[in-house]
Design a protein around this ligand. Structure first.
Ligand SMILES: NCC(=O)N[C@@H](Cc1c[nH]cn1)C(=O)O
Ligand SMILES: [Zn+2]
Ligand SMILES: [Zn+2]
Length: 471
């Protein structure tokens, strides 16, 4: 750190073992929002977060969101959203931070080297589900607030923390609307603490892709059938589904759905310039992922296809045999899952119609008697900000102060479903200021955050709070 004598930074360094222990305790809570059997863990996680915010001197309201209804008719409680506040001095600016306490699914059997819910420290890294996305980043922020408070908070801080981000932020847009004239009325800036840097150099994020997530359900029989008894005699649901999944994109990743690229914001020279100085090495990405050949060969092309062009990914098939071994079965009903990351100026409802029309026409062409249904289960909008707003300038100054480098100005290939709603509903500037590393493997096996990012990231948030009033 270039300013080791700063008492605020010293306080953070002195407490790092406690910060790591708290991350360990929080990672142990299996707050997987996609698994109905773990919903009580998500609720528990929200309570633990609330208790810690109270402990460090915040006030907290838990906003209830009601119930989540599944297509089967089953209902589950939605986790409440944390609305917290530190200070309400009308002479100070107010910044509201947003993040989430739920995580993506993880099982040791997926190929983790260690139990995903037991934090392991190894070679300067902290491994475990949620260490980077997003428990570690939220904790870096909370520790920054707790530390900065000791030296006098120069801004009012609000927190808006949810438990359903990983499945599309159910009910959150309505809550933002409901709280527009109360909780959000004095908020000047929204900062999302959930995004990785592009390299080891800190990044400030001014855009994120949206996501439209689809299910294709194909049903052929009332029960799974013996492939000896029925193979060659029935139209197989799985064959229909594999065919439909196969006509979505070509081998080069080009999406084959008519009209899908029509609304993509054209690229101009000024935008191309933004990529020139970014530090990003394809060799590092190859080493990290084990992928030898990417779809694009230059830094600019690869990043543009991560950030500013749409992409289609196939995620899985529910109901299909996926175990090891050789089950000779014809699955009766299968659900294919894929999503399209969207970019400005694409619109989820237009994408929904394009996808449904295309799949229905392809299925009709095939003349299968099976039943096929397409549904869009998440429709999150893309978001792009004006990076000359004050919160960006304060974040740049904070990066310079903690790391003594100029921040990379970057975009995210992933999605923060609520980002565009914050901007549309509240009319406030949004920024993503994350402390995740480029190789943290969020959503994947062996997710981690480095101790360096976790602790220096805490200093980054604390410095940002200090810098914000000057802009
Ligand atoms: N850390 C952000 C993140 O991972 N967000 C999810 C949100 C999402 C989008 N569609 C379903 N969930 C992401 O996958 O980008
Ligand atoms: Zn996240
Ligand atoms: Zn995530």
């Amino acid at each position: 750190s270039p300013t080791p004598d700063d008492p605020l930074f010293k306080h953070i360094d002195d407490h790092q073992h406690e910060y790591i222990q708290r991350l360990k305790d929080w990672v142990a809570i299996e707050s997987d929002s996609s698994d109905p059997s773990k919903r009580d863990q998500v609720l528990h996680m929200m309570q633990v977060t609330k208790d810690y915010i109270l402990q460090i001197g915040g006030t907290v309201e838990m906003a209830e969101l009601g119930e989540q209804e599944y297509s089967s008719g089953k209902k589950l409680p939605l986790p409440p959203v944390i609305l917290a506040e530190f200070g309400n001095d009308t002479n100070k600016p107010t910044v509201c931070f947003y993040g989430h306490m739920d995580v993506q699914p993880a099982k040791k059997a997926d190929g983790w080297k260690t139990d995903p819910y037991v934090l392991e420290e190894k070679d300067g890294n902290l491994y475990g589900r949620g260490t980077s996305d997003d428990k570690g980043q939220i904790l870096a922020l909370l520790h920054a607030v707790e530390s900065a408070k000791k030296f006098g908070l120069p801004v009012n801080v609000k927190l808006f923390i949810e438990g359903m981000e990983e499945v599309g932020s159910n009910g959150l847009e309505q809550l933002v609307e409901d709280k527009k004239d109360t909780f959000f009325s004095n908020v000047d800036y929204i900062v999302v603490t959930d995004t990785p840097w592009l390299s080891t150099k800190p990044g400030i994020t001014y855009g994120a892709r949206g996501n439209c997530y689809f299910f294709i359900e194909v049903e052929g029989a009332r029960r799974d059938l013996h492939s000896g008894g029925f193979g060659g005699t029935v139209y197989e649901a799985m064959s229909d589904l594999v065919y439909l999944l196969g006509v979505l994109a070509d081998v080069n990743g080009k999406i084959l759905i008519p009209g899908i690229y029509d609304d993509v914001l054209p690229l101009n020279e000024q935008e191309k310039d933004l990529y020139k100085d970014l530090v990003f090495d394809l060799k590092d990405l190859k080493r990290d992922t084990g992928v030898n050949t990417f779809l694009h060969n230059t830094k600019e092309e690869l990043l543009m296809h991560r950030w500013r062009f749409p992409s289609l990914s196939i995620h899985g098939i529910e109901g299909a045999f996926s175990g090891s071994g050789t089950k000779t079965v014809i699955p009766a009903k299968v659900i294919g899952k894929f999503s399209i990351r969207q970019v400005p100026n694409m619109n989820p409802s237009v994408v929904e119609k394009q996808v449904s029309d295309y799949l229905e026409s392809k299925f009709a062409e095939r003349k299968s008697p099976n039943k096929m249904k397409v549904s869009m289960v998440i429709g999150a909008q893309p978001w792009l900000a004006n990076m000359s707003e004050p919160q960006y300038l304060a974040a740049q100054k904070a990066v310079k102060r903690v790391f003594n480098v100029d921040a990379d100005m970057i975009r995210a290939g992933g999605t923060i479903p609520i980002a565009k709603n914050f901007e549309d509903v509240l009319g406030k500037g949004v920024m993503l200021l994350g402390v995740g590393g480029p190789d943290d493997a969020p959503h994947g096996q062996n997710e981690k955050i480095s101790v360096y990012n976790y602790i220096e990231g805490t200093k980054l948030y604390a410095s940002f709070l200090k810098e914000l009033p000057s802009f």
